[in-house]
Design a protein around this ligand. Structure first.
Ligand SMILES: [Zn+2]
Length: 412
């Protein structure tokens, strides 16, 4: 295709994407707690300033904002905000300022003479702390503005590298792995050129993004197979309303930055399933091991070469085995739910390095779980389907537009 043609097509799709976004998200009502914060000036006026100092009229005051840096002393930081020496000495004794952490931004209203009229910053718990010159502290719950963000990326080396490249937060990458954990083993199944698109909430304060929220919709193309998810109620469904939760998770290990790169190292015990009727996941000692499905603990203890091992009995004829643990977190006879912690990775028994040996058995026979179609969890109740489809349609349209753009960008 000619460059002009590609450009033209990109332009048309961009236009569609922009108008599509407006249509798609006009229907997304903000959560009730999301309100705009009052203007900064209003906040300052509302401060109860009643010390003698503060009553002195200050014809010229200004607002200054600085970030508390690693290695900053409180005194140096307050000076940088333009606060004069005698006031600095008084302020550094305040307990409220001890909750300052590197990376936090502080707004100060300071008089022309260097007298602080107010200091305010967001603490780590989503509250706005306002400090008056006399040292009184008012804490307000912060009001967030929530908007959807949309990102796409292509896997070159790992999911986290792809997320980093598109400036997608870790919490979103991990949700993505969780949403598709019934279909994709993110430790073993990812391939170069797999790609994904994700729509997620971003919470902002005063127009500044503070943190990411839930994933609202996502598409993952893994080894040529396309999986889609739409958030509804407390679960994720396919655009047709099928539940994405499966009776079994694809991996007994959670996907994380730590565990994601570990398996790539050469490991003397890393063998194929065929060689010894199980799957070995190389992972650091202490990594959480989770039940792949609801079960009763059939065995928890020492067993020969398995070392510390947990065996779970699931519904039907299924059992799963988790061996070489460093620590067991369940007792025989206990009921566990899917994703519950049952133990931690180690190298007990016949193992020369930390790894999890995992077996999936049907009627007592070890089977390769990757060759078995897993039973799905309950679909959406029929009476909820119309509401779901109405919610899902604009999100799915958005996913398709972004996926097209990514494909175009790759083609160039
Ligand atoms: Zn093994």
């Amino acid at each position: 295709m000619s460059t002009t043609g590609t450009l033209w097509r990109t332009a048309v799709i961009l236009l569609l994407a922009i108008s599509g976004a407006v249509a798609a998200f006009a229907t997304m009502a903000p959560p009730p707690e999301a309100q705009l914060l009052p203007e900064r000036a209003a906040l300052v006026e509302a401060l109860p300033i009643d010390t003698d100092d503060a009553l002195v009229p200050s014809p010229a005051s200004y607002i200054r904002e600085e970030q508390f840096q690693r290695g900053d002393t409180l005194a140096a930081f307050l000076s940088r905000l333009g606060i004069a020496e005698p006031h600095v000495g008084r302020l550094i004794k305040l307990n409220a300022l001890r909750s300052l952490r590197p990376g936090m931004n502080v707004s100060a209203v300071v008089s022309a003479e260097g007298m602080p009229l107010s200091l305010s910053f967001f603490n780590g718990r989503d509250a706005l702390l306002e400090i008056t010159p006399d040292g009184r502290v008012a804490e307000r719950r912060a009001a967030f503005e929530t908007r959807p963000a949309m990102k796409s990326s292509v896997i070159r080396s790992s999911l986290f590298a792809a997320a980093d490249a598109a400036e997608i937060p870790d919490s979103v990458a991990m949700q993505l792995a969780d949403v598709f954990s019934g279909d994709i083993d993110f430790h073993r199944d990812l391939r170069k050129d797999d790609r994904f698109t994700v729509v997620y909430e971003v919470h902002s304060l005063l127009g500044r993004p503070v943190r990411a929220g839930r994933v609202l919709a996502a598409e993952f193309v893994n080894q040529g197979r396309t999986f889609r998810a739409v958030h509804f109620g407390s679960s994720y469904y396919t655009p047709e309303g099928k539940n994405l939760r499966k009776a079994f998770l694809r991996s007994p290990l959670e996907f994380s930055r730590v565990s994601s790169g570990f398996g790539r190292r050469l490991h003397p015990l890393f063998r194929t399933w065929r060689a010894h009727e199980g799957i070995d996941y190389a992972a650091p000692t202490g990594t959480r091991v989770r039940a792949v499905g609801d079960a009763v603990v059939e065995f928890a203890g020492l067993k020969g070469g398995y070392g510390k091992v947990v065996i779970l009995r699931h519904q039907g004829r299924y059992t799963t085995v988790y061996a070489h643990l460093s620590r067991i977190a369940v007792q025989r006879g206990a009921r566990v739910a899917q994703n519950d912690t049952i133990g931690f990775v180690g190298q007990s028994g016949w193992a020369t390095g930390p790894h999890l040996h995992y077996e999936f058995r049907i009627a007592g026979q070890a089977r390769n779980p990757f060759s078995i179609a897993m039973p799905a969890a309950q679909p959406l109740p029929a009476q909820q389907l119309p509401a779901f489809l109405a919610d899902a349609e604009p999100l799915v349209a958005r996913l398709e537009l972004l996926a097209d753009l990514t494909t175009l960008a790759q083609g160039d």
